[in-house]
Write a protein that binds this ligand. Structure first.
Ligand SMILES: [Ca+2]
Ligand SMILES: [Ca+2]
Ligand SMILES: [Ca+2]
Ligand SMILES: [Ca+2]
Length: 368
């Protein structure tokens, strides 16, 4: 490419501090190339060194040219930033011709007709590392430290292992102590079995410990049950859905503990063109899923056949099985399609679009 450029000594636009930029300098170009291939190494450029409007020096030089990634200075008045404009023009990432640019982050990934949209963050650094819990698959509700089940099953596919208000029935709560004689007198439905007190059918130890009798099995006061027992389990469908309402409102008592058993890691660490390649694969996966999404009982955009199966075991009755909405607060909409989002993210991370990094002439890009 042959073009001319202005190197400003007085510029407030780009202050050139050789220590800050090492061997990099900024030039303001009179016109921008309309082709990605015109960026790069050994460009022949006429440089004018000016102070205000006075030309102090003019020289033809050969320099390596990179574009300002986020400026919107392309010659076609395309509203996209330079990264999108030049990467698309140069086919720098596989399938980028299927994308357009949208300024609003909320429109990222939107498909209109056959076109998918990328937005401002599509070429940023993207780094996160989440351990996400599956709150439904084989999850259970535990009585917690007080040993009393305070939650009532809501979904009839779940199993109430311990009735609400009860503890684990007929377990030892008091032993006779060193003298070998049971001093405590059983109260309520507690039973004396040999020289021990058992909780009885209601599973609550109602007896006051007396003399040198000792608490057994983690009991430490009357009125409690055997700690940390399963009080509601998932049942044969494999999913515990008594812990919350479909809108995410917690239903499990705050005195009980909701225990998930399956977790997955979701992590990404990409920059620039590689973020874009990952994001593109992700958004195209959303598009694929949308084209074949019925039947979809929980309306998360993931058809029933893709839920409830390995490796993610998404809950067919909940739209955000892993509560990605709470892990990633950048976009509140994940609550309504978190399962769909998980599939798209994993796909993007594992199968990014092919990148031709030898054609990435963005400032701070792969050739910088
Ligand atoms: Ca169930
Ligand atoms: Ca009892
Ligand atoms: Ca679904
Ligand atoms: Ca689901």
């Amino acid at each position: 490419m042959q073009c001319s450029a202005e190197f400003r000594l007085d510029g407030t636009t780009h202050k050139t501090d050789p220590n800050a930029f090492k061997d990099h300098g900024y030039i303001v170009m009179e016109s921008m190339p309309d082709d990605n291939a015109q960026w790069g190494l050994n460009n022949y450029v006429t440089i004018f060194i000016k102070r205000n409007t006075t030309i102090l020096h003019q020289e033809d030089v050969t320099i390596d040219l990179f574009f300002d990634k986020y400026a919107k200075t392309n010659p076609d008045a395309d509203p996209a930033p330079n990264w999108f404009y030049y990467w698309k023009k140069g086919d720098v990432i596989e399938d980028i011709d299927q994308f357009s640019y949208h300024e609003e982050p909320g429109k990222c990934g939107t498909t209109i007709g056959n076109t998918v949209y990328l937005c401002t963050c599509g070429a940023d650094n993207n780094s996160y590392n989440y351990t996400l819990l599956n709150w439904y698959y084989h999850a259970y509700i535990s009585t917690g430290a007080d040993g009393v089940c305070n939650t009532k099953r809501f979904d009839t596919t779940d199993v109430q292992e311990i009735p609400q208000g009860h503890g684990r029935a007929n377990v030892v709560c008091i032993r006779p102590g060193a003298n070998g004689v049971l001093d405590s007198r059983n109260l309520g439905d507690d039973k004396i079995c040999g020289n021990e007190i058992h909780t009885g059918n209601n599973g609550i130890c109602q007896t006051e410990r007396t003399g040198d009798d000792t608490w057994a099995n983690g009991f430490y006061t009357k009125g409690m049950g055997l700690p940390n027992q399963i009080c509601i389990s998932a049942g044969t469908d494999g999913f515990l859905t008594s812990g919350d309402k479909p809108d995410g409102t917690r239903r499990v008592s705050v005195r009980d503990v909701w225990v998930p058993v399956l977790s997955i890691n979701l992590s990404q660490n990409t920059r620039g063109i590689y973020t874009c390649a990952t994001t593109m694969a992700h958004e195209l996966k959303h598009k694929d899923l949308a084209q074949n999404h019925t039947p979809d009982a929980d309306r998360d955009g993931l058809r029933d056949g893709l839920e409830g199966v390995a490796p993610y075991y998404f809950c067919p009755k909940r739209s955000d099985t892993y509560w990605i909405n709470k892990a990633d607060t950048k976009w509140s909409g994940y609550f309504s399609y978190g399962d769909n989002e998980m599939v798209a993210r994993k796909h993007g991370i594992d199968n990014p679009k092919t990148v031709y990094d030898n054609m990435d002439w963005s400032e701070d890009g792969e050739q910088w």
